[in-house]
Design a protein around this ligand. Structure first.
Ligand SMILES: [Zn+2]
Length: 204
């Protein structure tokens, strides 16, 4: 039986508005993390992995690599050694979602990671597209010896700390930029390095 055009149209619309595996329904839970003693706890780690439909170990490995630290899964939480700003954890979850979940062709999250030879591919069930998983962009990643007191750097502010300073993540370092706003490109001089925490002053 051939369905009349109107019926098909109606069906199509119903399909669009009904929450299925659609983009509308897909929203990554905001990372809830806090510093506890010398560790950082990501409270809703398992939830995030669930929504992203990714292996917890894969997500953990990514986070540990980016933070340059050790850590473990503890029930539904993840615990990282070291103190990391919630803004940093949030931005890493966003990076992971962009690199390992969202299809760059159609922007949908209905994807799977598959190994083709030795290349990890992101295969999209929604549009059939696939691409190699992006290697993490070098961004403005400095070699370690650039992060020394007195060094000047051009950086792009990524997020804002609870105290209102701009935050730039560089490998294991977190730079604080006084008054920096996300997206702002600034020239800074490093005034103090304390472990992985780097304080800076703005240069004109
Ligand atoms: Zn796609």
């Amino acid at each position: 039986m051939v369905e009349p055009y109107e019926a098909l149209l109606k069906k199509a619309y119903t399909h669009v508005t009904e929450p299925s595996e659609s983009v509308e329904r897909f929203s990554v839970p905001e990372a809830r993390s806090y510093i506890e003693g010398k560790t950082t706890v990501l409270e809703n780690f398992a939830d995030i992995a669930d929504v992203l439909r990714r292996d917890q170990d894969h997500l953990l490995k990514f986070l540990l690599g980016e933070l340059g630290t050790a850590g473990k899964i503890d029930g539904s939480r993840a615990i990282f050694n070291g103190k990391f700003e919630p803004a940093l954890i949030s931005s890493l979850i966003k990076s992971y979602t962009e690199d390992y979940v969202i299809c760059s062709e159609c922007g949908k999250p209905d994807t799977r990671l598959v190994k083709d030879d030795r290349v990890l591919l992101l295969r999209c069930d929604a549009c059939g597209g696939h691409r190699p998983v992006r290697k993490r962009k070098a961004r403005t990643e400095p070699v370690a010896n650039e992060v020394t007191e007195g060094a000047t750097l051009d950086v792009e502010v990524q997020s804002v700390s609870r105290r209102g300073d701009g935050v730039v993540r560089m490998g294991k370092y977190i730079l604080y930029i006084p008054g920096g706003k996300p997206g702002q490109k600034v020239k800074v001089r490093i005034t103090r390095v304390s472990g992985s925490i780097v304080f800076t002053e703005r240069l004109p």
